[in-house]
Every structure is written in structure tokens, then in C-alpha cells.
Design a protein around this ligand. Structure first.
Ligand code: F3S
Length: 62
């Protein structure tokens, strides 16, 4: 599973990191850091929930 964060849509709501801190990190300004690589086994559901929590729909999971 791959996670993509659209930096142009991210507005720093931080709900992704609040919902799934094991998958999503924020930078010092509170914006999601682009995810680098495949989501580790066992974290797929957390990744989906974090993506769903974003009100800007800035996160896609494939
Ligand atoms: Fe950004 Fe959405 Fe997370 S706006 S900080 S990707 S909840």
C-alpha cells in the first residue's frame, strides 16, 4: 500500500496524525510530511483511517 499526500491540498488540520500517528507525521508548521515508501504490514487500516480523517482529502491510499 502506498500513501500520497498532496501538499497543495494539505491545510494543516492534523487529523491524519491524530488519527494514525504511527503512519502520519507533521512538520514543524503542522503540515503532513509526504509519506515516503510503502506502508508497513499491519498499518494499512490506520493509513486508511488517517486518510479518511482529512477534511481536505489531501491523502490518497493505493
Ligand atoms: Fe494536512 Fe489533512 Fe493531515 S489537511 S495535516 S493531510 S488531516
Amino acid at each position: 500500500m502506498k500513501v500520497t499526500i498532496d501538499a497543495n491540498k494539505c491545510s494543516g488540520h492534523a487529523r491524519c496524525a491524530a488519527t494514525a500517528p504511527e503512519v502520519f507525521e507533521l512538520d514543524d508548521a503542522g503540515y503532513a510530511i509526504p509519506y515516503d515508501g510503502e506502508v508497513p504490514d499491519g498499518f494499512e487500516e490506520a493509513a486508511r483511517e488517517g486518510a479518511y480523517a482529512c477534511p481536505e482529502r489531501a491523502i490518497t491510499v493505493d
